[in-house]
Structure formats: structure tokens, C-alpha cells
Design a protein around this ligand. Structure first.
Ligand code: GRF
Length: 196
């Protein structure tokens, strides 16, 4: 799993993985910056961690190559971007393409990008939510695995709305990843089917 923030989605998956019947194990947690809550949570649980900062590589290409090697060392079946704020590059996509899961706090294709909650509020939508997608080379543009809706309240600000979305997002990520690892999935163009 790759994180940039507090890691509450990571925590939800860690909790789910505690039950053997869930069918998955988190082999490592990586971050793009020092001091993330996500890495702290993983380290406290005895999960291997690493930090791969863009600033420590000569350019984006070298960084992406190094990140790919960091992850490949753990031989993951799935890579989960759980609040990871960097765009992965061509090496990473070549190494893990088709099995990189990303979660996004909006109902894609509406409001891609890192200010999706702010953008949805500014647009005045009455319903927003979260999307779990497969990562492709674009920004939040990959095939959609699952979505959940969240109603916008008149008095919401970016923080209150994002917190409510994250409640739905944690459940959606756990449910989706669990079904993927237990039942498999297939992709036909933009359409993804989990299970047979
Ligand atoms: C999630 O809403 C994710 O979609 C967004 O950042 C949030 C991560 O939250 N990109 P956390 O770090 O898992 O608490």
C-alpha cells in the first residue's frame, strides 16, 4: 500500500486483514514523504515500511524507477494507493499495470484531481461520494471498480464533507479489495467485473 497522509484507509484494511477469511495480507506500506500517519500505523503493527521521496531522485523518471523497485521487492499481487498524492509513472505502470487500485473522494469521472472535495462543493452538487478505480496513465481516469454516494449537506465545508466521504471510502475500499482478492476480476474496456 502507498500512502501520503493519515492512513485511515490503510488502518481499515489492516483491521480487515486481521481476519484470515478476508483473504489478504499487507506486505508493505510505502510513502512519498517522511512523517506520515500511515507509515507510523504500519510500523506500529510490524508491517515493513519505506519512504521514497521525489526530492531524493534526480528526476521523476528515476524516482518512478526506484519506487517500482521498492514495491517489487515485496512481490505484491495488488498495489493499493490509499490517499497517495503522487502520480505513478510508466515504469510503475509497466510493473504493476492492471493491478494498481486507487481510491478517490468523488464520483468519477466528476471532479478528478487532488481538490475533488473542494471542487464538488464549489460546483454545488447535492450528492458526491467516492470511487475505487484501477490506475491507468491518466489522472483518476482508470476503469471504475466500485462507487458509493454521499449526500452533501447545506452546512458542509471541505473538512466535514471529506470526513463523511472517508467513512464511506473506508468501507468501499475494504469491500472492493476483499472481493478482488477472493473472487478475482476481469476488465472489458472500461467495464470491470469482480467475481465471475
Ligand atoms: C482519501 O479521501 C483519499 O481518497 C484521498 O485522501 C484521503 C486519504 O485519507 N486522496 P487517509 O490518509 O487514508 O486518512
Amino acid at each position: 500500500m502507498l500512502v501520503s497522509g493519515t492512513g485511515s484507509i490503510l488502518q481499515a484494511l489492516m483491521d480487515a486483514c486481521a481476519a484470515p477469511s478476508f483473504g489478504a495480507r499487507i506486505v508493505a506500506v510505502g510513502a512519498d514523504r517522511e512523517g506520515t500517519g500511515g507509515v507510523a500505523r504500519a510500523a506500529a503493527a510490524g508491517i515493513p515500511t519505506f519512504v521514497r521521496r521525489l526530492a531524493d531522485s534526480p528526476d521523476r523518471f528515476a524516482w518512478d524507477k526506484a519506487l517500482t523497485a521498492d514495491c517489487a521487492a515485496f512481490e505484491p499481487d495488488l498495489v493499493i494507493l490509499a490517499g497517495y498524492l503522487k502520480l505513478v509513472g510508466s515504469d510503475f505502470l509497466a510493473g504493476f499495470g492492471g493491478r494498481i487500485v486507487n481510491t478517490h473522494p468523488a464520483l468519477l469521472p466528476s471532479f478528478p484531481g487532488i481538490h475533488s472535495v473542494r471542487d464538488a462543493l464549489a460546483h454545488g452538487v447535492k450528492v458526491t461520494g467516492c470511487s475505487v478505480i484501477l490506475t491507468d496513465p491518466g489522472i483518476d481516469s482508470g476503469p471504475i471498480l466500485a462507487q458509493a454516494a454521499v449526500a452533501v449537506r447545506d452546512d458542509d465545508d471541505e473538512d466535514t464533507l471529506h470526513e463523511r466521504i472517508k467513512v464511506a471510502e473506508r468501507t468501499l475500499v475494504v469491500d472492493t479489495v476483499g472481493r478482488m482478492v477472493r473472487d478475482g476480476w476481469s476488465v472489458d474496456g472500461r467495464k470491470v467485473r469482480i467475481g465471475s
